[in-house]
Design a protein around this ligand. Structure first.
Ligand code: SDX
Length: 429
């Protein structure tokens, strides 16, 4: 028996169906609201609004649960690799051994970037932010890899997906090398996905890069933790731009731009900048907690809070353990980790943070892991983008395959002038 909700408007009753998800989440289906009542809903920031039905990722913000295609992120972080997790998200199931080998070989085969794209990279100002370069270069991929009419739509999508997963990693490393005036390092057949990225970033003729398996593992876990997160800002951007039926490169480029924001993927870089400020100001975290709770101060505690999680972000807990593991393996100390641990401890006791459910999110410890691996600060959000790519792709594919697909076009409530006449310029005051 379908559950319904009844609303009364101007004395007339209207019934709307209730949609119930696999995990018991409930939503009022208002798809016929305007047609039947003439009214729309208003929900700034879509805090209370679902945009789609999805089978990819499940999050429970109250319990701190995150699962990709039903598998808890904790198990994937411990047992899987980023390439296997990408296959899971995009194809809806874990690959067989043969499928995984084939997928890895395909990614390697498509890991080179068209040589003419080098001229694009060479002509960005040296100080250009890698996220701006990456979004431009991803959009440019369509120009260098145009659609082949003879291919079926499915073949076209498969090859585009493979190119993106493989070339985005290569282009990220290229943007870093060129920004430092270094020769581009090419991917190597004998390296895995993450090892290739590290080698393309850090290998030099005078000091050949020694791939450290601890870094490779840490990078796989980092990317697994970032791989998808249901309808976050950048994924919503990919779905919205994709709904206009643009090519996948353009939709992904839009996602990269949204992720760049300091309130979203840019937070991992902002966390390190904040921790450095605390360190440089003597290491006392209390003044920063006071600033965060001062309504007249725009300062926010970077790496804390989340639209969905109102408890610990499960990824933050794994990332925190990864910090300790990798620094212990390297026998390294990072003063910023000490500051982060002190700030987390103080925040968990701070009345404002408690009242506002401010817990460390995925970005709070992420930057410390990347520092330990040797990733430069301005590349942190690029690493997030590489991780989120399979999530964006799987969400785009799901929306393209949705039988109820619609062009995304929100409504509004107009609050401006009523109708007025044009005033000739010589009559204006
Ligand atoms: C990511 O959506 C996703 O899934 C994103 C992500 C993913 O994987 O895709 O998880 C990745 O983007 C993680 C979030 C990274 N951003 C940051 O760490 C930046 C700092 N955090 C915030 O700016 C904030 O917490 C947001 C943007 C993440 C979420 O904010 P909301 O849900 O929009 O809540 P809000 O801005 O309306 O704030 C509610 C209240 C406000 O106070 P009041 O006006 O109600 O008194 O909480 C306060 C806010 O001022 N608040 C904070 C705060 N976060 C919220 N106050 C101080 N510091 C903070 N970090």
């Amino acid at each position: 028996m379908e559950e319904k909700v009844k609303i009364r408007i101007d004395g007339k009753d209207f019934e709307m169906p209730i949609i119930i998800g696999t995990e018991g989440e409930r939503a009022i289906d208002i798809s016929r609201l305007r047609k039947e009542t003439g009214l729309i809903t208003l929900d700034p920031g879509f805090v209370n609004t679902g945009s789609c039905l999805s089978s990819i990722t499940f999050m429970d913000g109250e319990k701190g649960i995150l699962r990709y295609r039903g598998i808890p992120v904790e198990q994937l972080a411990e047992k899987s690799t980023f390439v296997e997790t990408a296959f899971l998200l995009i194809n809806g199931r874990l690959p067989t051994r043969t499928e995984l080998t084939r997928f890895s070989v395909l990614l390697n085969d498509h890991s080179l970037v068209h040589e003419d794209m080098r001229h694009f990279f060479d002509n960005f100002p040296r100080g250009a932010h890698p996220m701006g370069i990456l979004s431009s270069m991803v959009n440019a991929l369509r120009a260098f890899y145009p659609e082949i009419p003879e291919r079926s739509e499915e073949e076209e999508i498969d090859i585009t997906v493979t190119r993106l997963l493989s070339k985005v990693r290569t282009m990220a490393a290229m943007s870093y090398r060129i920004s430092r005036g270094h020769k581009v390092v090419y991917p190597r057949q004998e390296y895995t996905y993450a090892a290739n990225f590290l080698n393309m970033m850090f290998d030099t003729p005078v000091r050949p890069y020694q791939v450290d398996e601890n870094f490779v593992r840490a990078l796989n876990v980092f990317w697994i933790l970032h791989a998808d997160h249901e309808q976050n800002c950048s994924t919503a951007a990919v779905r919205l731009v994709g709904s206009a039926r643009v090519n996948l490169y353009a939709a992904i480029s839009a996602g990269i731009c949204a992720l760049w924001g300091p309130l979203h993927g840019g937070a991992n870089q902002s966390v390190i900048e904040m921790l450095n400020s605390i360190l440089e100001s003597g290491g006392n975290v209390k003044p920063f907690l006071a600033k965060a709770s001062d309504r007249n101060d725009p300062f926010r505690l970077m790496g804390f809070g989340h639209r969905v999680y109102k408890t610990f972000d499960p990824r933050g807990k794994i990332m925190k353990k990864l910090c300790h593991d990798i620094l212990n393996k390297l026998n390294q100390k990072d003063p910023l980790l000490d500051i982060a641990l002190e700030l987390e401890e103080a925040a968990l006791k701070d009345p404002y943070c408690i009242d506002h459910n401010l817990y460390p999110n995925v970005d709070f410890y992420a930057g410390i892991v990347l520092r330990a691996i040797g990733i430069p600060l301005n590349m942190f959000t690029v690493l997030f983008a590489i991780g989120r790519l399979p999530g964006w792709i799987s969400q785009w594919k799901e929306s393209m395959e949705d039988p109820n697909w619609k062009l995304h076009r929100p409504r509004q409530i107009y609050m401006g002038e009523k109708a007025i006449d044009y005033i000739p310029i010589n009559e204006r005051k």
